[in-house]
Design a binder for this molecule. Structure first.
Ligand code: AMP
Ligand code: GLY
Length: 425
């Protein structure tokens, strides 16, 4: 079949790589894609917000499956657009409709969903401009640190953690009154701080059944030792040793099953990935956030460990037959290290020449912010590429990624050298 993949990050390069391994995939198109995806299919310059243009392309190229990488088109209703159109409704769209995408698109929706379905999460309340004084009072009842979350999508920047109450009050005002995150912070969730170890768990669901995919640990801060500002993610490891069998069993029973059953009960038709951002609090899992897509760079360690044909998994997701599906997971460790532009996550230069990728060996290089300029590769983003390696030994996988990360060359290259160190015994 012909397949369209939507997105342009390292996640989409990894998806394109995996989709192209499938015998079911005939032609692959990526909108808009990046330098890496162009090795596996045709990059198409379509604006991913322009559903009319996407639909026209899908019909023209006889595409029968659309895989949506990022959350924006999902929250904006790409799956609904297809489902509501007579000519498009039978095309398999992997990604939920807008109602299901609210699990990521609205923190308030996600929190009340969890409350309704008794899914463990931090205690919370939501506030807006009419109730901001109650928000200040609520802060008085909590102990620091304080967690403030913009309700809507804020490009991963909508969470503020404050050490003192005054700072929290100022931020609450900034978010609600001064619209720090635009409309996204019209409503703000204030929640209890959870102390523990973070881990991300992923499933693919057809709305009734689900399959558990490999879990991952992401390193979000820019600086070594988890210091400095948050980024999209500077590295990842899978599997995560502290997410042992007992913990994952609790995750299934307390979190995944009530979530999938909750969607079913609420008649929310959901076909796609669910990404559970979890906190392991003394062995018990709590949901920090839901995402309705795969993570970046989590995908770059998850997909290399899945031996199943991914397109076949997507087909079963669309048909609603994931109950008959078994996963085949590589037991080895996968580790990825992100090469970033100097200055990221603040401002950074683009258009810097990248060389020496051909000198690397034994790692998979996934491109993110890379553009082809003739035969030359140039940086085009903050996170430039991910270097993934697999080994039975976590330390070896990390070492391999780091030595290949040293080899790849561009001016201002930065990467964290401590990814995964906390997981090595
Ligand atoms: P999010 O954008 O929801 O992933 O939040 C960004 C980061 O803030 C998370 O990865 C956590 O490290 C942290 N965080 C969010 N909510 C909480 C919470 N309730 N307790 C502790 N840390 C949190
Ligand atoms: N790496 C975190 C995310 O994709 O949301």
């Amino acid at each position: 079949m012909n397949i369209l993949l939507i997105g342009s990050g390292g996640r989409e390069h990894a998806l394109a790589w995996k989709i192209k391994h499938s015998s079911l995939c005939n032609s692959l198109f990526i909108a808009p894609g990046n330098a890496g995806t162009s090795s596996y299919g045709n990059n198409i310059a379509i604006d991913i917000k322009d559903f009319d243009a996407i639909a026209q392309f899908v019909i023209e190229k006889d595409i029968s499956m659309v895989i949506v990488g990022p959350e924006d088109p999902l929250v904006n209703g790409i799956a609904d657009y297809f489902a509501d159109n007579e000519k498009l409704k039978d095309i398999a769209v992997i990604g939920p409709k807008s109602e299901g995408a609210k699990l990521e698109g609205s923190k308030d929706f996600a929190k009340s969903f969890m409350e309704k379905h008794r899914i463990p999460t931090a205690k919370y309340r939501s506030f807006n401009k009419n109730t901001i004084n109650e928000g200040y009072e609520y802060l008085e009842t909590l102990t620091p640190p304080y967690v403030l979350k913009a309700d809507g999508l804020a490009a991963g920047k909508g969470v503020i953690i404050c050490e003192n109450r005054n700072e929290a009050k100022n931020n609450l005002k900034d978010m609600i009154i001064n619209q720090k995150f635009g409309n996204a912070s019209e409503n703000v969730v204030i929640e209890e701080f959870l102390k523990g170890k973070e881990v991300s768990v992923f499933v693919l669901t057809d709305g009734k059944n689900y399959i558990l995919l490999p879990e991952a640990k992401d390193y979000k801060r820019i600086g070594e030792g988890d210091t400095g500002p948050n980024t999209g993610g500077m590295g990842c490891v899978s599997p995560v040793p502290f997410a042992d069998k007992t913990f994952l069993e609790k995750v299934k029973k307390r979190i995944i099953e009530p979530t999938v059953n909750g969607l079913k009960k609420e008649n929310i038709d959901y076909k796609g990935f669910i990404f559970f951002g979890l906190m392991n609090v003394e062995g018990d899992p709590y949901v920090i956030e839901y995402n309705v897509r795969l993570g970046d760079p989590e995908t770059q360690v998850i997909l290399p460990r899945i031996r199943n044909d991914i397109v076949s998994l997507f087909q079963k997701t669309w048909e609603g037959s994931l109950d008959k599906q078994k996963t085949d997971i590589d037991e080895r460790f996968a580790a990825t290290v992100i090469l970033a532009s100097e200055g990221y996550p603040g401002s950074y230069k683009k258009g810097i020449k990248i060389t020496d990728i051909d000198k690397t060996s034994d790692s998979i290089i996934f491109h993110a912010g890379v553009k082809l300029n003739g035969d030359e590769m140039k940086t085009s983003g903050g996170r430039v590429m991910a270097v993934t390696s697999l080994s039975n030994d976590l330390e070896k996988a990390l070492q391999l990624s780091k030595s290949n990360a040293e080899i790849i060359n561009f001016k201002g290259k930065y990467f964290r050298k401590d990814i995964g160190n906390d997981l090595i015994k």
